[in-house]
Design a protein around this ligand. Structure first.
Ligand code: NAD
Ligand code: ZN
Ligand code: ZN
Length: 389
């Protein structure tokens, strides 16, 4: 079959790899009908995630048609149309039983190695390094889904692939980001990053009762899309983010701040205007300002900082003094996708949200290597790429 494979920093190829096979009784094989490139894939493209091997099949936003099921899988049958969560979860362990699917303690075969780095292992993920299991991803013609009687959700007739696809990751992730803010109605939520995840966080914050959303980025098309969803926007290269948020909140700060950026190796500058203030305020003497620091500073006393942007490793110079003195709450996670799927599927069915709004590029797998670059460099108005193998 054809698949997108990783060969090192900025080196993604579309090539032939062996077809996946059923390996366990609960597996299923799906024929991929649509898949997407995620901002998390860009961390692999940028070479900042450890433990990738040359030839690894990429991709964790996938849906398709079931073509084979393992002998013990009673939940799926050949012909079912399903969306596959990016988190691989057994459904039975301590964490899965409590709805913390992305903490599954059984699905990562390399858990011991992961625990050496992180203390404990999170769940296995598709197409996301050997530290997270080395599972082949779904930017491919076929995908083996482990624990396929737990993860995949059936797509109702009448719902298109493009409407359903983002249930695999970015819709639940944006929704979780807003859910973490514990909104009661009437709040101001500031969101850093208007990539696909930020866009779903904006829509979700409004769905959950926010009165105002302030969206921060610098890419014109992304700011435009944020405004179309009702957000007030700040271009961080042209405006002082802290001052503008102060102005908008009577000097109090935003009720909740969402980091939908995470590791940004190439664009972690652009905060010159506030570097000095952050230096003074936190005594850290750093020359590298950061989204998370800005989110902490811009959050009101006793507000919430919700982090869904992915960080690969250690992160220094976080102003914990500010957070503790002002009573901030921190929430963060790899999304336990399965936990959110039923309610988000229902919201799409009811017409509360049409997830296709974020798609700017439709392509084939062969176009994938070029589109990784287009998406990373934010060329050609690119916000979300969907590929149809
Ligand atoms: P993306 O790279 O398309 O979007 C990131 C956006 O942040 C870009 O538009 C960029 O211009 C903007 N940005 C960069 N520096 C900024 C700054 N200083 N201030 C404000 N905005 C800035 O990626 P995406 O697909 O939207 O994903 C966003 C993040 O979410 C990534 O880190 C990704 O790994 C992560 N993610 C996490 C989960 C999860 O389970 N927690 C799931 C999916 C994605
Ligand atoms: Zn993702
Ligand atoms: Zn589990």
């Amino acid at each position: 079959m054809k698949a997108l494979t990783w060969h090192g920093k900025s080196d993604i190829r579309c090539e032939s790899v062996p077809d996946p096979k059923i390996e366990h009784g609960r597996d299923a094989i799906i024929r991929v009908t649509a898949c997407a490139i995620c901002g998390s894939d860009l961390h692999l493209f940028d070479g900042v995630m450890p433990s990738m091997k040359s030839g690894d099949v990429l991709g964790h936003e996938t849906m398709g048609e079931v073509v084979e099921v393992g002998a013990d899988n009673k939940a799926l049958k050949v012909g079912d149309r399903v969306v596959v969560p990016f988190t691989i979860s057994c459904g039975e362990c301590f964490f899965c039983k409590r709805g913390f699917y992305s903490g599954c303690e059984r699905s990562n075969p390399n858990a011991e190695q992961a625990a050496k780095l992180w203390g404990h292992s999170p769940a296995g993920l598709f197409g996301y390094s050997h530290l997270l299991g080395g599972f082949a991803g779904g930017q491919a013609e076929y995908l083996r889904v482990p624990y396929a009687d737990v993860g995949p959700i059936k797509v109702p007739d009448g719902m298109t692939d493009e409407q359903a696809l983002f249930l695999s990751d970015i819709f639940p992730t944006g929704f979780m980001a807003a859910d973490f803010c514990n909104l009661k109605g009437g709040e101001t939520v500031a969101i850093w990053g208007c990539g696909p995840v930020g866009q779903f966080a904006i829509k979700s914050a409004f769905l959950l009762g926010a009165e105002r959303v302030i969206a921060i980025d610098t890419v014109p098309e992304r700011l435009e899309m944020a405004r179309a969803s009702g957000a007030i926007t700040i271009d961080f290269r042209n405006e002082d983010v802290y001052d503008r948020i102060q102005d908008l909140t009577h000097g109090r700060g935003a009720d909740a701040c969402i980091d939908a950026v995470g590791t940004e190796p190439d664009t972690a500058s652009g905060f010159d205007a506030i570097v000095d203030r952050i230096k003074v305020a936190t005594f850290m003497g750093t020359d590298r300002p950061h989204v998370l620091r800005q989110a902490i500073h811009c959050c009101r006393n006793f507000g919430t900082v919700s982090i869904v942007g992915v960080y690969g490793g250690l992160l220094d110079n976080i102003p914990m003094g500010s957070a503790i003195n002002r009573g901030l709450t921190f929430r963060m996670a790899q999304t336990p996708v399965q936990h959110y799927l039923p309610q988000l599927l229902a919201r799409i069915e009811k017409g509360e949200i049409d997830p296709t709004f974020v798609i700017t590029h439709r392509a084939t797998l062969e176009d994938g290597p070029e589109l990784y670059k287009t998406f990373r460099d934010k060329q050609d108005g690119c916000i979300k790429v969907v590929m149809k193998p």
